[in-house]
Design a protein around this ligand. Structure first.
Ligand code: FAD
Length: 448
């Protein structure tokens, strides 16, 4: 007797609800695509709930804040954090770990604890597709129904300015990782630094609104300091596509000049025209530079998953027209949001920005759930401490908020304070690096 479709579904444990998913994988088409396909609802192992469900994709600085604060502002919500990593590793302060100043444990945090303490569910899985109509998120570990959905999925790299050759791009990613997404990239760079025997160590700064404006300059300072302490015959070569240091310029420039004369060379306005990985030579318009080691930081873009699931036409080109910059809603989808470094708005791509913005987005979602009066736009806050030396520890600092210009529909800096005189305030600022990190880790992973 032939087995009916219903029997097969029963046997495989698949609920017999057909649905359409954007970006789903199929055996005949291993590439996820934007085309709409009919697939079966394959329920994720998550307890059902009759409460409004908020699914947050991405457990970074943005997603962790949204998950926690949505539960605070809308306690009756059922919040699920979908994250592809097993543990959280912080990008902020990672430059200090590259040079052995702090321990990896300080950067590493527990998603399970964050979820336990803040009453939401951490679901270890990768989001791979979306059925907007039926409000179903497809993940590598099953499908989840949602009422509200947030993509806080961070960045991807964009190597297209350097190469269109995927094989070459793969070599760059693998042999000379940028180190602006946590995990193996950071371990690779750390090993390169700690085992460096001498010569040129190239770092690059991309143009555009790249992740963490000060971090490449901070990295150059701390690696140069490390070489200096070790008395290596070594130099950090910092190739910057921008005309000048993009942030805290006075503080970084004076550190370059006064602390690392023999250990750091800074080249502004320098676009790489060719990288020869076999000969280990970088060509620019003016120079050919040999290198022993390097970390090539390409331009960045909104996470590719946004295109794959069909909520952004082109996350590479700023998602313009794809999201409402004041409400973070995907245009035409009032229950789907894009936040954090994936967002197109020109805010600084920083953890602090993502965290403060995340708290605001949680309020926006809670307002919809609670059906209370509209929440006013609240500007995100960028607070960023950067080390300029590790021995002794000195740092510089910037704080800024943003204002929205209704006429031009653009965001500008509203108020900015900085402390860049590291000779005078460097030690106090350096202590504040840890105070800031302690406060943010506590906020994200504890019930504080
Ligand atoms: C070296 C360095 C130093 C920095 N220093 C500072 C600093 O001093 N201060 C500061 O404020 N900021 C700093 N930053 C910037 C900060 O790390 C980022 O701005 C911040 O991480 C952005 O948060 P996010 O949540 O948008 O993205 P992320 O933190 O990248 O989080 C995105 C998450 O989404 C997950 N994800 C992506 N796709 C999927 C998917 N399909 N399914 C499931 N999960 C998915 C990822 O695994 C990741 O955990 C620094 C960054 C670097 C690299």
């Amino acid at each position: 007797m032939a087995i009916s479709r219903r029997d097969i579904l029963k046997l495989s444990g698949v609920t017999a609800v057909a649905t359409t998913i954007n970006g789903c994988y199929s055996p005949n088409n291993p590439e996820p695509s934007n085309t709409t396909k009919t697939i079966k609802f394959n329920k994720a192992p998550i307890a059902d709930s009759t409460n409004p469900r908020v699914v947050v994709v991405g457990g970074g600085w943005s997603g962790l804040a949204i998950a926690k604060y949505t539960k605070i502002f809308a306690p009756n919500s059922d919040v699920i954090l979908v994250e592809q990593r097993h543990e959280f590793v912080s990008c902020p302060l990672s430059n200090l770990w590259l040079v052995d100043k702090i321990k990896l444990e300080y950067l590493t945090h527990d998603y399970l604890q964050a979820a336990r303490e803040n009453n939401y569910t951490y679901f270890h899985s990768t989001a791979i597709g979306l059925d907007k109509e039926n409000r179903i998120l497809q993940t590598s570990n099953g499908d989840i129904k949602f009422d509200y959905l947030v993509f806080a999925t961070g960045i991807d790299y964009d190597y297209s300015r350097w190469t269109k050759d995927i094989a070459f791009e793969t070599r760059l990613r693998q042999e000379y990782p940028a180190g602006f997404i946590p995990g193996s990239e950071h371990i690779s760079i750390r090993n390169k630094v700690l085992n460096f025997k001498g010569g040129n160590f190239i770092l690059t700064v991309p143009s555009g609104n790249y992740r963490c404006l000060p971090a490449p300059y901070e990295r150059a300072c701390v690696i140069a300091d490390y070489f200096k302490q070790k008395k290596l015959k070594a130099k950090v070569i910092l190739l910057d596509e921008n005309n000048a240091i993009t942030i805290k310029a006075k503080g970084f420039q004076s550190a370059f000049d006064e602390l690392y004369g023999d250990y750091l060379e800074y080249y502004p306005n320098t676009v790489i025209s060719k990288i020869d990985l076999d000969k280990k030579i970088v060509e620019t318009e003016f120079d050919e530079i040999n290198f022993e080691e390097a970390a090539f930081y390409p331009q960045v873009r909104g996470a590719k998953i946004l295109e794959k699931v069909g909520i952004a036409k082109d996350a590479k080109n700023k998602l313009e027209g794809d999201i409402n910059p004041l409400t973070y809603e995907v245009i035409g989808e009032k229950n789907i949001f894009i936040t954090g470094d994936s967002r197109p708005m020109g805010f600084s791509k920083s953890g602090n920005t993502s965290n403060s913005e995340g708290q605001h987005v949680a309020k926006l979602i809670a307002q919809k759930i609670n059906k209370t009066k509209k929440v006013k736009w609240y500007p995100p806050t960028t607070t960023c401490f950067s080390a300029v030396s590790i021995e002794p520890e000195k740092a510089i600092y910037i704080y800024t908020q943003y204002a929205y210009n209704k006429t031009t529909k653009t965001f500008n800096f509203a108020s900015t304070h900085s402390s860049e005189n590291w000779k005078k305030d460097g030690a106090v600022n350096a202590a504040s690096i840890y105070n800031w990190a302690d406060a943010l880790y506590l906020d994200m992973f504890n019930n504080k």
